[in-house]
Every structure is written in structure tokens, then in C-alpha cells.
Design a protein around this ligand. Structure first.
Ligand SMILES: [Zn+2]
Ligand SMILES: [Zn+2]
Length: 177
């Protein structure tokens, strides 16, 4: 929580804060995210404007996940920006009426305090790769035996598993009858 009391009623005033914080829970998706308590580097700029307090900045950290093809651990450097205008309560009402048509969400300043967490979370989650890969051309795992294909050059299975051939012949019989 950032207290912006001294800023909030003086348009034009500005404050910059740099923070190193342990990552809260839930900064990620099921496949990749910033591990809880690992370090987040945050730079925040708070500007008092007529409508409220404009919060902008950047958040950086290290996301850990799983390669979508071979399941190896992957680490991504995340560095993204964020920006949000926190409206003064008395300004929020008018802004909400105006914004309704555009379906813009109006965030209200409550008790002169700003909760950065949702802002940071959105920014981090947005920057995460949709499908993490250990390398862009990761060949993944062998679909037959599960071996790590990147470590086994020329790996292949020539012989058809007997169980499969049985299935195959059953299939052919059904087709013929
Ligand atoms: Zn991989
Ligand atoms: Zn194999």
C-alpha cells in the first residue's frame, strides 16, 4: 500500500519510489509464474493530476515455468510497464458516467491509499509467455517412449509395437465386414 495523502490534493506534484519486494502469491498462470517470495523490482511514479493520482512504472522479476514440449524448467526475465489513474472519489462519479459508453473501468482512490498489487499482477501476467519453451525449436519428447529428443540425435522407432499391429488388424477386419 502506498500512501499518497500529501500528493493527492496538490496537482502537479510528483513522487518516485523504487521498491524491492518479495513476490506475493499468484503472480502467474498454472504453467509459468514468478515464484512466491522471489524478488520483484518495482519503479513507481506517482503524479497528482486534477482527476486523481496517476500511477505508472515498471515491474521486473524472474518467472519460472515448464517447457510446453519437453517439460524442462524454463526461466524468463519479465520486465513490463503499467499505468493506472486512481480517481478522487468526487471525480470518479462523473468519470464513471462518461466511461460507461466506452466500457472503461474507473478505479477509485480509497483513503488516499494505492494498492499496487493488482496492477503489478496484471502487468506481470500479461508479460508471461503463453506457451513457454526452453528453446524456440525444442523437439520435445518422443511420443513412443518419452525420451528427451534434444539429447538423442536421430532417435526413432522402426519397429511397430506388436500391440499396435494387433489393433491395426482388428481395425482392418472391422472395416472389411
Ligand atoms: Zn523443451
Ligand atoms: Zn522413442
Amino acid at each position: 500500500m502506498l500512501d499518497v495523502h500529501e500528493l493527492s490534493r496538490r496537482p502537479g506534484s510528483m513522487r518516485e519510489v523504487s521498491l524491492d519486494l518479495p513476490a506475493p502469491e499468484g503472480f502467474g498462470t498454472v504453467i509459468i509464474g514468478i515464484p512466491q517470495d522471489s524478488e520483484l523490482e518495482i519503479d513507481v511514479r506517482l503524479e497528482s493530476v486534477v482527476e486523481g493520482v496517476l500511477v505508472s512504472g515498471s515491474v521486473a522479476g524472474e518467472a519460472v515455468g515448464e517447457c510446453g514440449r519437453c517439460l524442462d524448467e524454463v526461466v524468463y526475465d519479465i520486465d513490463n510497464t503499467f499505468q493506472e489513474l486512481f480517481y478522487f472519489p468526487e471525480r470518479a462519479k462523473a468519470a464513471k458516467e462518461e466511461a460507461e459508453e466506452d466500457e472503461v473501468e474507473i478505479v477509485e482512490l480509497v483513503d488516499d491509499e494505492i494498492d499496487l498489487e493488482p496492477l503489478l499482477r496484471d502487468s506481470v501476467v500479461f508479460a508471461l509467455p503463453f506457451q513457454p519453451l526452453c528453446s524456440p525449436d525444442c523437439p520435445g519428447l518422443c511420443s513412443e517412449c518419452g525420451v528427451h529428443l534434444a539429447d538423442e540425435e536421430g532417435h526413432s522407432h522402426e519397429v511397430l509395437d506388436p500391440r499396435w499391429s494387433t489393433l491395426q488388424s482388428m481395425f482392418n477386419e472391422t472395416k472389411e465386414s
